[in-house]
Design a protein around this ligand. Structure first.
Ligand code: FAD
Length: 333
């Protein structure tokens, strides 16, 4: 533990962030540190020059290991992949309805959700710049579909606010934008920003805020047919003998500010790596793991837990425990 506090490795640091603040924070940290940055992939790899008879052992049949295996085999190497689990894909993995899974601590998980539903145990979204992943999905016939990152009709819950009643994301977003526009317009009109914004820009800003925040002619964000068009109606517009449309009532500003709902919604979902449009494999992220596993099947030894890596001037050997064999024999490649 002392060592860890003194000089954590990158992996340990990210793992600590993940354990204390959750996977989202960890991914955010990866992005900030540049480990989740835009892919530099441009075109299919064309590795060449494997020395005759050279062999390579790859540890782990995650997408990293299997990509390396796939490309190195093409380059002429004899490749062996040692994988601890009984399946490939690593974290790129999907649990389907009816699946059972034993957690590391021994807990049995049964996926008793409805048929057709699934749960991605690890990654779930393909940001638009994951060019290499898109390349392999196309090559291996993995069907992709758009990933819905934001759902304005989704509900936000805060037990201690709004008497526990859920609020629609779209309504919260529209209201906070409206109130911020109103407050900023007030500041501009009172001259509070005169030292930072010149006369011409003030006019442009006010005009923009009016449209952006759906403000009335007095720069106020108040219930109107215009706000109804954006945040919805209590009585929706109809035709013929149907009653007149009634716009819904914005959440009062003090309640919205107090709830904190408005500030949290922007923290993760608007970062550039999550900008729409993102994609996902039809049927879950495990489809990518399955496709790589199919393409690399002959190279993989499953249920092989690597225990030691030895290197000397004659080469590298890897020890693993083979749980395929009845006595869990130790083997070396
Ligand atoms: C909760 C979560 C959400 C994420 N969300 C996203 C996302 O939305 N989009 C995205 O692009 N990325 C996301 N990521 C990151 C993404 O999952 C990883 O970058 C990617 O899966 C890493 O692939 P890999 O092959 O390097 O490692 P892994 O997939 O971890 O593969 C490592 C493999 O090595 C095997 N192994 C480990 N130890 C041994 C051993 N001793 N002997 C033999 N085999 C061993 C493991 O069983 C595993 O199969 C997320 C990650 C997590 C955890």
């Amino acid at each position: 533990m002392n060592d860890l506090l003194q000089s954590p490795t990158r992996r340990q640091l990210l793992s600590m962030i993940g354990k204390t603040a959750g996977a989202t924070a960890m991914y955010q940290a990866m992005t900030t540190l540049g480990f989740a940055s835009e892919s530099s992939f441009k075109e299919e790899m064309n590795l060449k020059g494997a020395p005759a008879g050279a062999s390579i052992v790859i540890l782990g049949a995650g997408l990293g290991g299997l990509t390396a295996a796939y490309e190195l085999r093409k380059a002429g190497y004899k490749v062996t992949v040692l994988e601890y689990q009984n399946r490939g894909g690593g974290r790129s993995w999907t649990l389907n309805s009816g699946d059972k899974y034993t957690e590391l601590g021994g807990a049995e998980v049964t996926c008793d959700f409805e048929k057709g539903n699934y749960f991605n145990g690890g990654p779930w979204r393909l940001p638009i710049h994951h060019y290499a992943v898109f390349h392999y999905c196309k090559k291996f016939g993995v069907a992709l579909q758009p990933f819905i990152q934001n759902n304005d009709r989704a509900y936000l819950h805060r037990t201690n606010h709004f008497n526990g009643a859920p609020q629609r994301l779209g309504e919260v977003q529209n209201d906070i934008r409206g109130y911020v526009s109103e407050l900023l317009s007030k500041a501009v009109n009172k001259g509070s920003l005169d030292s930072t914004v010149n006369k011409e820009d003030k006019e442009k800003l006010l005009e923009g805020l009016k449209g952006w925040g759906v403000l009335d002619t007095n720069y106020r964000y108040v219930k109107s047919h215009e706000t109804g068009k954006h945040r919805g109606y209590s009585v929706y517009p109809g035709g013929g003998l149907m009653p007149d449309a009634k716009p819904s009532t914005p959440i009062p500003m003090n309640k919205l500010l107090d709830s904190g709902m408005w500030s949290d919604i922007y923290s993760n979902y608007t970062v550039h790596v999550h900008q729409p449009t993102m994609f996902q494999p039809v049927g879950g992220m495990g489809k990518i793991g399955d496709a790589f596993t199919r393409e690399c099947r002959e190279m993989i030894i499953f249920n092989a837990k690597v225990t030691n890596i030895n290197q000397d001037e004659t080469g590298v050997t890897v020890d693993y425990v083979d749980s395929n064999s009845p006595d869990g024999a130790a083997k070396t490649v």
